[in-house]
Design a protein around this ligand. Structure first.
Ligand code: HEM
Length: 532
């Protein structure tokens, strides 16, 4: 008989706790006995679990990637095993393991776990969270083609224009540089998904995207809440002390719903008025309406279009903004790298114009600054988890079907056997020894692995490169001024709940020259409707 948890909210607190505890004990005992099949090789090693709770209290909620990397050394294994309440998870701490399992055996590891907490947050069909199956394939087939390397070139004019508006924002309002960052990242994806424009720093779309970024950015590592580990707990009353993630999900639910609905409705309105803005929504609605008129079925229905458009904004906005903040941070902390990159841009572009797309291929050091930024702080330090669809054996270790797989990208990009002084920002490390570098490999994993690799990576990389080149051409970035009027270094603060991001910080941003400022002003002036 299925358990009915719906009525639990009406129970007294002590009754609820007793039922919750009993249910957890039964499930945990059952799954612990089941986890290891007879006759199979041993499970990967890991710290010993606690009775019944397994590893629930052992793995830290914050910055778990660092602890996993330490355990990998302690247990001398790049693959570690954990379990709690019947959920099993494996952490891959080396690129070799991630490449073998997520790339080479990719089809066996292309599922996602169920993101119960995100379900509580009210997401519509979103490629990122969809389980491996027909719905997933349909969404990937629709969303991937517009973002291939060749197809993203159609967005480059828009990206360059926004990069120039961004840098003008930095020069005109340096103290509000974070608003300019948010404006840029929203403007790119909102235009592509819905054909909507961000008219200025006060735009409702910036606020909406900010809310959603907050909702997702601080929601904890994906699939790691008690609800994800043990889905029945979603029906417990949210006032219980250990259900803070459920409270969080309900608090942010309206933000997710607004982001999914409001821009979609605005885009439909502009379509109804007869304007085709060539956005994702307009092109999908064209197909949808044509099919409807011809009496053909629409596999990709209205909810799918709505969910897929929101995916572009949700997946593309905060990731781009967070990487831009890292670029500003690392340029500020590393004046030598900043000067060297500025010299490169000056040499290639000259002082009479701003960088264009043709220049990007001729800016290798600028490109390495971006690569080193990816390596220093992979935003999804533990990736977005995959899940295995079949039993497997790797290096003599058994990985059961249905195991959640976390690639520890941070451990990979800080592996001392690959990167000398991994905590040092040193873009030259990728150059050959003859060029003064150390022949180290470019970082891998920032955009994920295998079948689930980020579909927006080409778009994001283009955004970041044109923004970086334009910043280098037009502004100097330094530590903020202290009370004595001198640049004053400080230790930045970080958040490791959800994405690994640097928290908002102050920087001193100044125009490089009257000429570079005039170039920005002139380009913004001449670009149609461009407003900082
Ligand atoms: C710096 C920017 C970005 C970073 C660091 C980033 C990172 C990631 C990562 C780590 C994943 C998980 C991959 C995996 O499971 O193996 C992912 C998936 C995804 N990304 Fe991005 N991303 C960025 C920008 C974008 C943009 C601009 C878009 C939209 C066009 C986008 C759309 C997606 C989607 C739809 C998925 C889910 C793919 C799937 O599950 O099949 N991302 N991204």
């Amino acid at each position: 008989m299925a358990l009915d948890f719906q009525h639990l909210g009406a129970l007294s607190p002590s009754g609820t706790l007793v039922i919750a505890a009993l249910t957890i004990i039964i499930f945990a005992a059952y799954h612990t006995l089941w986890a290891h099949k007879r006759g199979m090789p041993p499970l990967p090693p890991g710290p010993p679990p606690e009775p019944l709770l397994g590893h629930y209290r052992i793995v830290p909620q914050d910055a778990a990637f660092k602890r996993y990397a330490e355990w990998a050394k302690e247990y001398e294994s790049d693959v570690l095993f954990f379990q709690t309440f019947g959920t099993k998870w494996v952490v891959l701490n080396s690129l070799a393991a991630a490449t073998e399992l997520l790339e080479k055996r990719g089809s066996s590891y292309a599922d996602r776990p169920r993101f119960v907490m995100f379900e509580e947050m009210g997401w519509s069909p979103t490629l990122t969270w969809l389980r491996w199956g027909p719905k997933y394939h349909l969404h990937r087939r629709v969303l991937q083609p517009p973002f291939t390397k060749s197809r993203v070139s159609k967005y480059t004019a828009h990206q360059r224009k926004e990069a120039i508006i961004f840098c003008k924002g930095l020069v005109d309002n340096p103290n509000d540089w974070l608003i300019s960052v948010r404006r840029f990242s929203v403007a790119i994806v909102l235009q592509i998904a819905y054909g909507l424009k961000v008219e200025g720093p006060e735009s409702q779309w910036i606020r909406l995207a900010e809310d959603t970024a907050n909702a997702i950015g601080k929601s904890g590592a994906p699939a790691s809440s008690i609800m994800d580990r043990f889905p029945a707990t979603r029906y417990l009353p949210s006032w219980l002390p250990f259900m803070e993630r459920l409270r969080y999900a309900h608090t942010w639910r309206p933000a997710i719903q607004n982001l999914t609905s409001l821009p979609f409705e605005a885009s439909l309105k502009s379509l109804a008025s007869g304007t085709d803005n060539h956005s994702f929504v307009h092109s999908r609605m064209g197909i949808f309406n044509d099919n409807a008129h011809s009496g053909l079925p629409n596999d990709f229905g209205l909810e799918d279009i709505k969910g897929a458009a929101a995916t572009i904004v949700i997946a593309g906005n905060d990731t781009t903004a967070a990487t831009m903040m890292l670029l500003v941070l690392y340029l500020m902390q590393n004046p030598d790298a900043q000067r060297k990159a500025q010299d490169e841009v000056d040499r290639v572009v000259g002082g009479d114009r701003l960088p264009t797309w043709d220049d990007i291929a001729n800016l290798p050091y600028t490109n390495l600054i971006l690569q080193e930024t990816y390596r220093m702080n992979p935003l999804s330090s533990l990736g977005i988890p995959h899940a295995s669809v079949a039993d497997d054996v790797y290096n003599g270790m058994f990985i059961p079907k249905g195991t959640v797989i976390y690639p520890n990208v941070w451990a990979m990009t800080h592996d001392e056997s690959v990167y000398t002084e991994p905590f040092r920002f040193w873009p030259e490390r990728y150059l050959s020894k003859e060029q003064g570098g150390n022949d180290e490999p470019l970082p891998v994993g920032n955009f994920g692995f295998g079948r689930r690799i980020c579909i927006g990576r080409n778009l994001a990389e283009n955004s970041l490169l044109i923004v970086l080149a334009t910043m280098l051409a037009t502004v100097d970035i330094d530590w903020p001024l202290g009370a004595d009027g001198k640049p004053t270094p400080f230790e930045p603060k970080w958040s490791y709940r959800g994405q690994a991001t640097v928290l908002p910080f102050k920087a001193s941003i100044k125009s490089r020259s009257a000429k570079s400022k005039a170039l920005l002003d002139a380009e913004v002036q001449s670009s149609e409707g461009g407003r900082p």
